[in-house]
Write a protein that binds this ligand. Sequence first.
Ligand SMILES: Cc1ncc(COP(=O)(O)O)c(C=O)c1O
Length: 494
Amino acid sequence: MGDIETGSTLPAKTHPVLATKGAEIENHPNGNGNGNGTTTKSFSAREYLSDRAKITQIDGIRGLMAVEGPGIVSFVSHLLLYFDDFDVSANIRHGSQLAGRPNPTTFPFSSITLNLKSPLDKSSSGEEQSITIDSEDLDIALQYSPSPGLNKLVNWAVDLQSQVHNKKKDDSWTVSFGSGSQDLMSKGFHTLLNPGDPVLLETPVYSGVLPPLRLLGAEMVEVDVDDKGLSAKNLERILSQWPEGKTRPRVLYTSPTGSNPSGCSAPRERKLEVLEVCKKYNILVFEDDPYYYLATELIPSYFELETEVYPEAGHVIRFDSFSKLLSAGLRLGFATGPKEITQAIDVLTAGANLHTSGVSQAVTLRLMQHWGIDGFLAHGRSVAKLYAERRSEFEAVAHKYLDGLATWVSPVAGMFLWVDLSPSGIKDSYDLIRHEALAKGVLGVPGMAFYPSGRKSPNVRLSFSIVDLEQDTELGFQRLAEAIKDKQKALGLI
Ligand SMILES: Cc1ncc(COP(=O)(O)O)c(C=O)c1O
């Protein structure tokens, strides 16, 4: 709970800025920078925060809100923006006067009823069912609510993360909701990077992270994947050759499952190798994992594995999304990680949009109450199964037309085939897509779009999530193969 005097929810003590020069790494509290894991004093994730995030505090008025509660008649507050242990419903029940909140009797909704589709998994029992949001849950959904998310939904997500990622529930980590993981990652970058800071990006990279990084003027350092996802070797090479005296990167972005666009999934051993390198160089892992549940078998996350490498948790911030599981239009995702960082994200939420849509949260919460964690996981498995079936049909057609012209890593998760045209001699897929492919009537995303440097790429990203598998897939690959051959002729390769 926040400090009443200052309104700060962050520790009052100002910690030194994380070591930014090679020589200073040795003084970082998390080990000695030589990779031997010696812990000299206890680690605080606060040290990863950007300079601005460290001094941004919850203002005094909101600090006072933290002591509002049953029995207190409050005329002080404007909006309930932030704090994670405040029971909104208790205040509604006890009639606290949170001035600035609109009077809910003016809201023209008495209930929200959701008619559910029958489950994807036809073998499970269950027909179409209805669930309703009303009474107190509706009041909460329609009112201003805490920045990290509705308390009940936050608690549900903490339970989920604890169960799925084998994480003991304790005070060191929590969950914050945002308008999709995109919103949270953008805020996450702002809480961790000073303008102009370097950031390590798994490349090819999800292009959605580029706009917030460009806004920050970040130096984007490309760390190429291999067939097992982010390469620990490439990471080590870049960090070991980092120029003396130059600000060192503190954050590594990776999308480890069914990566968009590479389709790669990093197995457990690879993640451990990457974590070892991160430990050596004091790097915080940004684990963007919207396709986590779209894997045929769940792969242990960085969030789970970090304590196999570090003596303590707090070096991974994980981003989950409901977009691929419930609906992309709900705009709901959650960040999980050390409280110092999720709270710094909440401060940005409080200043930008106050909180994520209460209605989206309440719809999701009601569904999760109906399903339970087991039902949610069962749904995840059936979604993964659907994509796996689509993937194998799609890939079979790809082989029929592209064998000899292209190669790819067969994805075990996600919705993308990252097709490498190198066997055909084509080095720039942009040119192919823009000219020959377009002329034939087929489109994919040229690889160039996924490299911040805009370097030429022989890859094309093909998505099998919604394309018609009956006719369009066959036609598309046939046209792509023709386009590749036309390009080969134009380049004098055949
Ligand atoms: C790798 C990756 N991260 C994040 C997102 C954004 O997800 P959300 O809808 O939760 O904002 C996407 C969306 O496609 C994605 O592919």
